[in-house]
Ligand binder design. Sequence first.
Ligand SMILES: *Cc1c(COP(=O)(O)O)cnc(C)c1O
Length: 374
Amino acid sequence: MKKNKDPIYVTQPLLPNFDDLKPEIQEIFENKWVTNQGQKHNLLEKKLEKALKVQNVSVFNNGTIALLTSLKALNLPIGSEIITTPFTFAATPHCISWNNLNPVFCDIEYNTMTIDADKIEQLITPNTSAILPVHVYGFPCDVKKIDKIAKKHDLKVIYDGAHAFSTEINGKGIGTFGDITMFSFHATKLYTTIEGGCLAYNNPELKNRIYNLRNFGIKNEEEVVDIGINGKMNEIQASIGLLNLDLYKNEQKKRMKIKNAYVEQLRDVEDIRIPSIPKNTTDSGQYFPIVIEDSFGINRDKIYDNLKEYNFFARKYFYPICSDYTPYKNLKSSSINNLPVANDLKNKVLCLPYYGDLDHKTIVQICDIIKSFS
Ligand SMILES: *Cc1c(COP(=O)(O)O)cnc(C)c1O
């Protein structure tokens, strides 16, 4: 097989047609209202509430600032412990630490790779104030069990839903579970505003608090009531968001076809596992992860290297895991004994190139390279 002419990356940003964007930007330039809760910003919030099937949406300049703000909005006691997963992007534990809270890592499930709800309770101490699970790859956490544990121990639940845009469980928007859910609109995410994100929540009383925190804590011209941050989404981001609302469903459809093509190619390969989305759940289409078991011909890293030689750039999401990072590796909960499944899967999982315009020929080539080692 010949090396592919152009590099193929794990994803490609979903961008609106440039001609459709032009009049939107022209309008912004004419109005000269370019940021600070503008018209497009407000319209996007309303439309996202519908798209995500949630009661309240507050948009942000990125998902990390949104997550940071969500923890602040819930008034969690300084120094308290937040139970989270190590199998996620750096932003998840960093947002905990930036709030002067302490991450406590919990192991993950073998199948969905989300937090193992059966292992949460043993980590709860009198100092625990919240749980921060991640719907990793768009696979929903066990929201029912987590909700039960949270109620029993009076804990807040904040979901990192960065990978789960528009996912539904039994027809319910995934952002309706827990106290607050964060969605990221980064360029690598299915639905994007290039940089951006939002918080979704049921409790309308959170709205003012989040609104103020997002804008330096400024309540009005004469009152600053909170220690806020600048989390505001600008009008150009919002106009890309508005246009992409019309496009993401088609992108999802195309990705489902890509996924089926991969599954078709890989399903009979022994010792390659394709994690599947739980029943009654819709698939966001964020990533296509496969698990290369130890018994397969070669290991994950070698497959990754081989694909790279042909110009196919898969990603080792998630390796290293957050409990391996310098600031977290010495935590008690970072021990391998506490995280056996996460430490096992970090060496086995690989996210393959996955976006709507990926052509069939490329999928077959990628799978042929993998299969050549079986
Ligand atoms: C992308 C991502 C974030 C951060 O979102 P940004 O919008 O890039 O700040 C947080 N958590 C997870 C799991 C992510 O993948």
